[in-house]
Design a protein around this ligand. Sequence first.
Ligand SMILES: Nc1nc2c(ncn2[C@@H]2O[C@H](COP(=O)(O)OP(=O)(O)OP(=O)(O)O)[C@@H](O)[C@H]2O)c(=O)[nH]1
Ligand SMILES: [Mg+2]
Length: 345
Amino acid sequence: MTLLSPKASLPLSARSCYQRSMVDLSALGDAILKGERAALARAITLAESRRADHREQAQALLSRLLPHTGKAIRVGITGVPGVGKSTTIDALGSYLTRQGHKVAVLAVDPSSTRSGGSILGDKTRMAQLAVDPNAYIRPSPSSGTLGGVAAKTRETMLLCEAAGFDVILVETVGVGQSETAVTDLTDFFLVLMLPNAGDELQGIKKGIIELADMLAVNKADGDGATAARAAAAQYKAALHILAPTSPLWSTPVVTISGLTGAGLDALWAKIEEHRARFEAKGLIAEKRRRQDVKWIWAMVQDRLQAKLRHDPALKARTPKLEAAVAAGEMAPTAAADEIAKALGL
Ligand SMILES: Nc1nc2c(ncn2[C@@H]2O[C@H](COP(=O)(O)OP(=O)(O)OP(=O)(O)O)[C@@H](O)[C@H]2O)c(=O)[nH]1
Ligand SMILES: [Mg+2]
């Protein structure tokens, strides 16, 4: 049975089930548009589900809500563990809700199973936002590939936009490839740095700078203030020798304190300035369209991986193929052929 294209020939029970589901989806959609948090949470759970029927319903809901999405500023925030991402998001998010914004905080963390959902623990580090009626904190989907997690986070982001959230902050831990996944989701990419610059400059050389739209040296408070300023000067010098990523924008370096909130107003002003400049040239919309194209492939890859992991026949067969190849009894190409065939390729 498909929930999307009803057939008059469906048995009565299936037809009423179809109708019931449509009523639910349309009521759910309306409730989301009204900003009802329970409805939003339910829709996100549907989108994150691995069940095919849930995914179908989530897709139907998303298609319906799509015209109501896209109005938020989408900001990715990264940095090494402990740099202060959650603390800064708590302070920045609260600053923004005080300005009348509605702020959704999402996470892309493919390793969140390791710590049992790091951002959940983070809710304690986002104590202000966690109780703020104009903020919504959602942990990273707890399973799937990085591409899959990012694809689901994108759906969550769209649902939040439909529910009226006009600022989306996506936290990702600055290790591995999750930064790239987050730049494929967001309009602006903020990299938080620690004041002790030595190692961090290495991070800059390793390529994070090509992704960053702004660097913020955090923990610029108390005894750390002087070190943070010195680090910021070093980053500025390092950035100076690199070509800007866009003729419209040279990556600013600011100092902030997530703990005291110092510098967050100036930081947000820069983000708004970036948006105004890029929007005026139609570049935000263009970037989002490119991201949409990538999104297709993230979803396709995730489904292929899911099939590999969950298809009973494949699940039973792949370890045997691996063992045969490892023992030198089978050619890798033959094993790959068999798996591809089972996947219908
Ligand atoms: N002095 C000072 N401490 C800070 C600041 N921001 C964060 N911290 C402290 O640094 C520690 C780590 O902060 P978090 O916000 O959890 O860091 P995170 O980057 O989210 O860490 P992960 O989620 O584990 O990657 C905590 O003990 C914070 O209190 C700041 O601006 N100043
Ligand atoms: Mg954190």
